[in-house]
Design a protein around this ligand. Structure first.
Ligand code: LLP
Length: 425
């Protein structure tokens, strides 16, 4: 069985491994900061996810924004996944991996441009998740201009509260996402008048890092009702896209069983949606597939004291992994090499960026660290590199994908030449 966490010390004296690869050795080859991902874990999660929906026709459309490394997209593509995209750039990535996979792409996002819509129409994507009446008009115009038919789903806002960080909650009326579910029928009616548009689905996404299955069930109930109404209106609704959002547990001391989680999630959705005949489910998981497959390795540069506080300064920073700074997110941090008898110390783990928000942990009890030590910031496979920047003119880390005992570089470390290439004096 594959463990929840692919990053582990095989025995008391060995360094931290990712599957069959020693992370100590890995950083000797590739330097730090370094993102490392476990291929086995990604595939395990994909299968777990798909397996939970076996009883209904479905397609798992991995949410590209969570981790858009081409090698990871290719891995998922080869294993039958479709993709949820939110930009023309993400579509270009899919086309680069496999042109034919465009037919397994769902296109979400509140601000699609005409150029992005054209690219998606020409590529023959599976379905557009429409987020406003204005977008519907633009799509109708572009589709008739290009003489390409488009399948559409309205992304409805079900007005369901889901407990998560306010920045990543999306399913309430006050949020910018989707169309108010009470106006949906009217918008579908106007879509039905468009020659090049086929209203074939309904979609919803209520937010991210949602750990209870209940809000998903509540949203599914409202969607099921809408599907019945739309079919009664004569629309051939064939698919429901339930979005992504299933959370993981970032604290290793809290128990987390992904098998149970996915079962509860599937049950909450299927209870409401399986009774509807001839329905295909589209699912857009991101975090659940890749978060726990990844870690960010970083080296301690300095340990300094300011008054009562001890700061462990690492060579990774908020530009490499912004989740703690942006959402006060917790990530476990573990030393790669365990030093015998190291005492625990309460420290802040911080990066070199000139912002007090540049931290990975605050007041965290960790085994005593010294300059040169390596630590792994865990569960960084989702919204890590994909949300990184070059702030402070810092080249982005390299990325390595581990397959059993083999590790391969899937993105080389950026150079200053990469950063400066678009500029001129
Ligand atoms: N579908 C749509 C339309 C989305 O907007 C998202 C995420 C997903 C699917 C995938 O959600 P997931 O299964 O990964 O929760 N940067 C934040 C998360 C932002 C999520 C944005 N939308 C973080 O690091 O927590």
């Amino acid at each position: 069985m594959i463990s929840t966490r692919p990053f582990a010390h095989p025995d008391a004296r060995s360094p931290l491994f990712c599957d069959g690869v020693s992370l100590d050795t890995l950083t000797k080859n590739y330097g730090t900061p370094l993102y490392v991902y476990s291929e086995n874990q990604i595939l395990h999660r994909l299968r777990l996810f798909a397996g939970a929906f076996e009883s209904i026709p479905h397609l798992v459309c991995y949410s590209v924004k969570a981790n858009s490394a081409l090698a990871i997209l290719k891995l998922l593509d080869k294993n039958g996944a479709g993709f949820d995209i939110v930009s023309g750039g993400e579509l270009e990535r899919i086309l680069r991996v496999n042109k034919a996979s465009a037919q397994r792409v769902v296109f979400s996002g509140v601000g699609k441009t005409a150029a992005e819509i054209d690219l998606a129409l020409r590529s023959g994507i599976l379905i557009f998740n429409i987020e406003s009446a204005g977008e519907l008009d633009l799509l109708a115009e572009r589709a008739s201009k290009l003489r390409k038919r488009a399948r559409i789903a309205l992304r409805v806002n079900p007005d369901v509260f889901a407990e998560t960080h306010p920045y990543i909650s999306t399913g309430l009326r006050e949020h910018k996402f989707g169309v108010d579910i009470r106006q949906a029928r009217a918008v579908y009616k106007s879509a039905a008048k468009q020659k090049y548009l086929d209203s074939s689905g309904v979609s919803v996404h209520i937010g991210s890092q949602i750990r209870s299955a209940d809000p998903f069930g509540a949203a599914a109930e409202r969607i099921a009702q809408l599907v019945r109404e739309l079919r009664a209106d004569g629309l051939p609704i064939q698919s429901v896209d339930v979005g992504g959002g299933l959370g993981i547990e970032y604290h290793s001391e809290h128990s987390f069983n992904p098998e149970d989680k996915i079962q509860q999630y599937a049950l909450a959705l299927l209870r409401k949606l399986r009774p509807i005949e001839n329905l295909r489910l589209l699912l857009e998981p991101g975090r659940f597939i890749v978060a726990q497959a990844g870690a960010l390795l970083t080296r301690v540069l300095y340990v300094k004291k300011n008054g009562e506080k001890t700061f462990v300064v690492t060579d990774a920073a908020m530009n490499d992994l912004i989740r703690p700074a942006l959402y006060q997110a917790h990530h476990d941090i573990v030393p790669v090499v365990r030093s015998k008898g190291a005492r625990k110390k309460v420290v802040d783990v911080v990066g070199p960026v000139c912002e007090s928000g540049d931290f990975f942990a605050r007041d965290r009890g960790l085994p005593e660290l010294k300059p040169g030590d390596l630590v792994a910031i865990l569960d960084a496979g989702a919204y890590g590199l994909s949300l990184s920047s070059n702030y402070n003119s810092r080249p982005r880390p390299a990325e390595v994908l581990v397959d059993g005992k083999r590790a391969r570089l899937i993105r080389r470390r950026e150079t200053m030449d990469d950063l400066l290439a678009p500029e001129q004096i």
